[in-house]
Design a protein around this ligand. Sequence first.
Ligand code: PGA
Length: 255
Amino acid sequence: MDKQNRKAIIAGNWKMNKTATEAAELIDALIPAVKGAGCEVVICTPFTSLAAAVEKTRGTNLHVGAENVHFEKSGAYTGEISADMLVDLGVEYVITGHSERRQYFAETDETVNKRTRAALAAGLKVIVCVGENLAQREQGVTEELVRLQTKIALGGVSAEEMKNVVIAYEPVWAIGTGRTATSEQAQEVCAAIRKVLAELYGQAVATATTVQYGGSMNAANADELLAKPDVDGGLIGGASLKADAFAAIVAAAGK
Ligand code: PGA
């Protein structure tokens, strides 16, 4: 099966949670809890915890990611963090295009593309988020919208760079709401994303690219979602803030 040829990745997106002190405690709890995982495990932490996260996870199977990155290399961009700064810290992954960035911080498909390209150029692995809101789902434009978001986000990204790209399908109406997409809905859109990747890069790249689902994924629903042929992992918000809950999802992905 194609799925066996792709990397299953469970990534925690901590969002604006955990002080550096709390983050250190959570990482201490996570290291033994996900040891020996059958999938790749990533924690995306606030900027203030990245250096400590990299240090603490050295020699473990935990990979560290940031939640955002700026597209310029350096300069007068008060409050922003460049890809080179992340790489220098030892950070491996970064999330781009999260719906909260789009919704609250005026991110557009174009800036998501710029951030994605800058991160890839610096050698980071990128988790690119796409997904429709409730009105768009109800209007029946989910697939068109997600296709468009995926295409624009990946503009100028080469087939070679796709080795470092993960796509996360995150329906906005399912994020932090406790309302998960059904496994059929998740499968349908993840498969549509893979189809776009095939159109853009050919079947081999599409088959090799990890496509995650995100949106209220938890220990109770992870098994069913992850069993779907085009759902290769998860981007986990709320349930990534507790070691046992996150470890249960990691265990489901390793099955
Ligand atoms: P949630 O968040 O798991 O809390 O719904 C997912 C995300 O926003 O990445």
